[in-house]
Design a protein around this ligand. Structure first.
Ligand code: PGA
Length: 264
């Protein structure tokens, strides 16, 4: 796994956004895998300003989001479809019809999951998948104990995730306990994965992801099996890693090599 340790959340957002911008420049019709949560917001801001300054266009890009609450329509302010419109889609030139979020209001959620998998395949698969990570190591809504081979499906949220996300819901507002999420197997099929983590409350999950065993107890540890994964994290999220100096050394050597070869 490539582990890039940066000073703070602002640097993480910039570094992460640059990876996406380079990807879109290389392949203007890239298929992006996108994520919600508070961590990606700063990265989306970077993408919006890159678009506004003419550095990148999303005209031919398409996207698939990781997950959605089951029981919320896309117009509900807490739905992930709504979040994506507010935080990214409404501010860039992506074709809205080319953006997919699992349908939280599907009449038949089980067949909607199969259809979602089918649609990803039809597009030729996801070129680059953005991920956050839960304090419990979840990716998407793949909570601990999720099958490492799982596909898009209905998942029940853990109490920890429900509590973490309660801050977004009003005291009398209905907070769903079910979701539709891409599976870990789905995520592992993305050609590249970029996981962002900032803050000390993610340090334990990052330690388990990078230096722990491959285990369903920490769903993100499945990324150890992925060929092209980069974790972009700040010092606080890296604070429990045993080998920080080694990861920094690797990154420095990589940069030197790329410079020598004239690549980015
Ligand atoms: P956060 O959520 O970015 O709001 O911390 C990450 C996640 O649960 O995947």
């Amino acid at each position: 796994m490539k582990v890039v340790i940066l000073k703070d959340a602002a640097e993480v957002a910039k570094y992460g956004a640059d990876i996406f911008i380079k990807q879109i420049k290389r392949k203007p019709d890239s298929v992006l895998g996108l994520a919600t949560g508070s961590t990606p917001v700063a990265l989306y801001k970077e993408l919006i300003s890159a678009y506004q300054s003419g550095r990148v266009s999303f005209k031919n890009v398409s996207s698939f989001n990781l997950d959605e609450y089951l029981g919320l329509t896309g117009t509900h302010p807490q739905s992930y479809r709504y979040f994506m419109s507010q935080q990214l889609f409404d501010h860039i030139d992506i074709e809205k019809s080319q953006t997919a979020v699992p349908p939280g209001d599907a009449e038949d959620p089980f067949s909607a999951c199969e259809q979602y998998e089918h649609n990803i395949k039809q597009k030729g698969g996801i070129d680059i998948q953005l991920l956050g990570i839960g304090r419990n190591g979840h990716i998407g809504f793949n909570e601990p104990s999720s099958s490492l081979m799982s596909r898009t499906r209905v998942k029940t949220l853990t109490r920890a995730t429900i509590d973490d996300n309660a801050r977004f819901f009003g005291p009398d507002e209905y907070q769903p306990h079910l979701s539709i999420t891409m599976g870990i197997g789905t995520i592992l099929e993305s050609k590249k994965v970029v996981l962002l983590a900032t803050g000390a409350n993610k340090a334990e999950a990052i330690k388990a992801t990078v230096e722990g065993p491959l285990t369903a107890a920490c769903p993100a540890s499945a990324l150890q099996m992925h060929e092209h994964v980069v974790l972009v994290i700040d010092e606080a999220a890296a604070s429990q890693l045993a080998d920080v100096d080694f990861y920094k050394h690797i990154e420095m050597e990589n940069q030197k090599l790329l410079e020598r070869l004239g690549r980015d």
